[in-house]
Write a protein that binds this ligand. Sequence first.
Ligand code: PLP
Length: 346
Amino acid sequence: MIDLRSDTVTRPTPAMREAMARAEVGDDVYGEDPTVNRLQEIAAARMGKEAALFVPSGTMGNLVAILAHCQRGDEVMLGDKSHTFLYEVGGISALGGIHSRQIPNQPDGSLHLQDLEAGLRGPDVHFPPSRLICLENTHNRCGGTYQTPEYTRQVAEFAHAHGVAVHLDGARLFNAAIAQGVDVKEFTQHVDSVTFCLSKGLAAPVGSVMCGTREFIRKAHRVRKMLGGGMRQAGVLAAAGIVALETMVDRLAEDHTRARRLAEGLASLPGVTLDYGLPATNMVFLSLSDDVPLSAKQMAERIKACGVLVGVIGQRQFRLVTHYEVDDSGVEQAIEAFRSVLTSLG
Ligand SMILES: *Cc1c(COP(=O)(O)O)cnc(C)c1O
């Protein structure tokens, strides 16, 4: 099967399996797992932050960060298409009592500065205090688009001038950096905290890392424990994360090249349109035109019969994501699957 549903489907590489088997471990709740500690040091250095915290998922990483930045009743400004708003089960409100202010995401996933300015709360007694702005880069629901370091700087400058912190949901921040040919620190130097994922394009089996100042991570560590995220011999997972960080980042460029080839091939077929044009990173969003007599779900079933799995995200819309386990021939097979199903419809 060529599985294009998500880059989360990547399985640990042989080098990761070996590192996991050999990992030195201890009880991380006591701070005694040397492999977790090493992953956290490497991640913090890579992000240009003082400290880092290994978490089981990106969802927990964002939740821990937002809970550590905000008190109950505080307000966070985030995108109306952001992962945290759409797909994290409303955890910031349900568990944190944090009020969300949804700012319209622009097509590239950014939030307009003027919208942030308009969203900022004054001292009036009717208002919840604005405490935090959350950015997402690359932006998942906006098509895997990216924002620039300069944009990130502008948002942070605005936020900090008003005593507001900035958290970056960088689940795929390395994709954003690779696509723009810059170091991740170009983004992270401006923000107060950042989460990135080890288990999407980087192919580790489990985990994300949240980074910030030493003081902030101390606070976040307590929040992670409160959420039940204190892990014991997690070094077996961290070991794979270290391999991911040290060996899997640069190859993301291949995923971007393949996503582009995939998009070009699909766009040349009748009945298919690219929702966001050619992909900026590793995601291709496409829709079926009205004359195709199948729903996206029905189409996906036929494509599956050709050995290709795709994500259905709407009545007529798909998301296809390239990753480590999809090679050039997988891309051609996916294009061919769409071609054969579409042409069989007559
Ligand atoms: C996947 C993702 C997350 C959440 O990560 P999980 O590990 O699936 O909880 C957060 N933000 C973005 C942008 C994502 O794509």
